[in-house]
Unconditional design. Structure first.
Ligand code: SAH
Ligand code: SF4
Length: 390
């Protein structure tokens, strides 16, 4: 298979070109054509010599996942089911709002972590996405939405890694993709506008802080270990005390660096180290908390949360549970969400309630199911488990 140039960040593209006897600045030109010009082939790359274009066309290509389905919800949310081979499909969702457009990107085909309330987790796991398949979602959506960097048309202003999969379980590919998103020769997004959401893979949170400190959202969902062990099973490996300590380290690296300005994509060709010294883009963590009726949504749970986070610099984002068949959970009542929110707000925490978007096309949080050829036999294990319990 030809090399997919979407798999490269600037540095690795430079190395790849150098190995073929090309000058380093060619990497910048190519990145700009691919990610700003959204070119799909080499013909249009008029500032590259005919020779180089021919050479590139021979051994490489610009290959994003193809579209299997394209749906638009009543509220304008748009969801693509993208083909990632051998029966597998991933989902990418665009959420338009008055002041911004957010693209929700997947990082794996399915997810191996089995959170109790998540439909992706229910589907099982097939494989990690490559960097090109992750960046390819942004490349494809930008083209489909008519992005035009030269004309200043940027329908996608924010990217969240909140689609299918646990991004930190696919660390290298995710970091490469993040670097392309941030690069001035790539999508030029500020690190404040790129958010990675994790269920709490503690050692990789530290690595992310070193490698590419984008905004961090942490899926908390419970204020104590007993409950979190049940809802987010990875908590058994890295319990709350460890998770909260990692959050503190993430935030403190920003504080130590004296914060950071907005609109701060690295300057042309800036080495990764330069942005590291400037610290994380935001000096707070966003805690996501899915509201499950009668499970984790009482005012007592909210008070426990306040005690748990203490003086950590953080915000809360409450997510009304999005149902899917046989989930076994129900969405909290609006009054319960409001009461929970007031406890957190009165304790001084900015607390937002996520508006459910695109639920008529199953495009809301936790509803992304794609098509996963499960390799973990999760469905079989579920059936066996249910049969044993009966
Ligand atoms: N694996 C990562 C990112 C993908 S999930 C993570 O867990 O953080 C993105 C967010 O949607 C997470 O906070 C997740 O807990 C939440 N979520 C999962 N299932 C949901 C559901 N059914 N309703 C509402 N939110 C859900
Ligand atoms: Fe995976 Fe996140 Fe779903 Fe948990 S909530 S199963 S980590 S995608």
């Amino acid at each position: 298979m030809p090399v997919n140039l979407l798999d490269f960040d600037l540095e690795s593209l430079r190395a790849w070109l150098a190995a073929r006897g090309e000058k380093p600045f060619r990497a910048q030109q190519l990145m700009r054509w691919m990610h700003r010009g959204l070119a799909a082939d080499f013909e249009s790359m008029t500032d590259l010599s005919r020779d180089l274009r021919a050479k590139l066309a021979e051994g490489s290509e610009i290959r994003a996942p193809g579209v299997l389905r394209d749906s638009i919800a009543l509220d304008g949310t748009r969801k693509w089911l993208l083909d990632v081979g051998v029966g597998n499909g991933i989902e990418t969702v665009f959420i338009p709002e008055a002041s911004r457009g957010t693209l929700c990107v997947s990082s794996q085909v399915g997810c191996a972590l089995e959170c109790a309330f998540c439909s992706t987790g229910r589907q099982g796991f097939n494989r990690n996405l490559s960097a090109g398949e992750i960046v390819g979602q942004l490349w494809h959506a930008s083209r489909a939405l008519g992005a035009d960097a030269a004309a200043g048309r940027r329908p996608i202003t924010n990217v969240v890694l909140m689609g299918m999969g646990e991004p930190l379980a696919n660390f290298d590919a995710v970091v490469t993709a993040l670097r392309v998103m941030l690069d001035d020769h790539g999508y030029g997004l500020s690190r404040r506008r790129v958010t990675l959401s994790t269920s709490g893979m503690v050692p990789w949170m530290d690595r992310l802080r070193e490698a590419c400190p984008v905004s961090l959202a942490v899926s908390l969902h419970a204020p104590n270990d007993a409950l979190r062990d049940r809802l987010v099973p990875i908590n058994r490996k890295w319990p709350l005390a460890q998770l909260l300590a990692a959050c503190r380290r993430y935030v403190e690296s920003a504080a130590a660096a004296g914060g950071d300005e907005d609109g701060d994509a690295p300057a042309a060709g800036a080495p990764a180290l330069k942005w590291q010294r400037r610290g994380a883009p935001r000096d707070f963590i966003t805690f996501e908390y899915v509201m499950l009726q009668g499970v984790n949504d009482s005012p007592a749970h909210a008070r426990q949360l306040v005690d748990l986070v203490g003086d950590l610099s953080c915000k809360f984002n409450l997510i009304p549970f999005n149902p899917f068949p046989d989930s076994g959970f129900e969405r909290s009542r609006p009054e319960a969400v409001a009461a929970f929110q007031s406890v957190l707000m009165e304790a001084g925490f900015v607390t937002t309630v996520r508006r459910t978007r695109g639920d008529d096309i199953d495009g809301a949080c936790g509803q992304l199911a794609g098509r996963v050829m499960d390799r973990t036999q999760r469905a079989v294990r579920r059936e066996v488990g249910e049969a044993v319990r009966q």
